[in-house]
Design a protein around this ligand. Structure first.
Ligand code: RIB
Ligand code: CA
Length: 307
């Protein structure tokens, strides 16, 4: 499966990268980065740190340093000043590529001999830009699999989830693209909390991925406790790649979803019409159930693959 991962590392993005590199089921032409949890300079440095530390060869392409329309938003409360606080990565000589993320996404998809699955775990700015500048790439995209949105409550405002709230217009472009959109939102990611006993279980596996996982997740949990009062942070982003490793993980409903881009109190809300009230075109597959045990088994297997 050919995959491009667009991310804003970010503690949970880092675990999504770890999952991506754990399986030879994936052919990864590159990883792109975007501003979100932190500035794009920091999310890019974090992606390079994680990939270098895990020994993953993926090239990194730096993307948008701000959303399409709205003002920028970062999240140091959860991810810290570096965007990946809690683990000191060893120095490496790797840098991002000269080509920017949008140009890479367009070129890689045009060149691909098979359809590409685009996974986003941050604001959807880069993918939306690529679709605006090169709509022809839709013919060679298998589907969009995003961590973002929520059928229910948000996590930045009562209405909106962070990735979509950071760039509602970008999400709107993606959901209206006509491509198959698989939305993995808070409804399922909030059910996979990386509780202390899970951190200990994964740490016991041993190896470099286990060391990184434990250190990052302990910091992630400290911040999740402070901000949300949670005993374990929701492992949002890895649910995307875990699903691609084993589609039994999630159940989806095919529904109409519309993003609120009006700019009012519900700006950035993903209005998922599960009951079908609006009788509008079903443009999205929304995750409504998750197998928690399977998820953490997938995480554990991935960590063990780096020993
Ligand atoms: O709302 C959760 C999402 O926002 C995750 O992708 C997390 O990394 C942050 O970007
Ligand atoms: Ca993210």
């Amino acid at each position: 499966m050919k995959i491009i991962l667009d991310c804003d590392p970010g503690h949970d993005d880092a675990i999504a990268l770890m999952l991506l590199g754990s399986s030879d089921a994936f052919d990864v032409p590159g990883v792109t980065t975007v501003a979100g949890n932190q500035t794009v300079e920091k999310t890019t440095a974090n992606a390079l740190n994680v990939l270098s530390y895990l020994g993953l060869p993926y090239k990194v392409y730096k993307g948008a340093d701000r959303p399409l329309i709205r003002s920028s938003l970062i999240c140091p409360e959860i991810h810290g000043e570096t965007g990946l606080d809690g683990f000191v990565f060893p120095p490496h000589g790797r840098r991002e590529e000269e080509t920017d993320a949008r140009a890479f996404i367009v070129d890689a998809i045009r060149r691909s001999g098979e359809k590409v699955t685009v996974v986003t775990t941050g604001p959807m700015t880069n993918l939306a830009s690529a679709l605006l500048f090169a709509p022809d790439i839709k013919d060679n995209i298998e589907r969009i699999v995003l961590m973002g949105g929520s059928v229910g409550a948000g996590n930045v405002t009562p209405a909106a989830e962070f990735n979509v709230f950071c760039d509602p217009e970008a999400a709107d472009i993606c959901f209206k693209s006509g491509l198959p959109v698989y939305m993995i939102g808070l409804d399922v990611t909030r059910r996979v909390l990386v509780l202390p006993e899970i951190v200990e279980r994964m740490e016991k596996i041993g190896g470099k991925a286990a060391v990184m996982f434990a250190a990052l997740m302990r910091t992630f949990n400290e911040n999740q406790k402070k901000v949300f009062g949670l005993d374990g942070g929701p492992l949002h982003d890895p649910v995307t790649v875990a699903y691609l490793l084993d589609e039994r993980l999630l159940r989806f409903e095919h529904v109409h979803t519309e993003i609120d881009i009006q700019g009012g109190i519900s700006y950035g809300r993903t209005n998922c019409d599960l009951p079908g009230y609006l009788k509008k075109e079903k443009n999205s597959f929304v995750a409504t159930d998750i197998n928690e045990r399977l998820f953490f088994d997938i995480i554990g297997r991935a960590i063990a693959s780096y020993r």
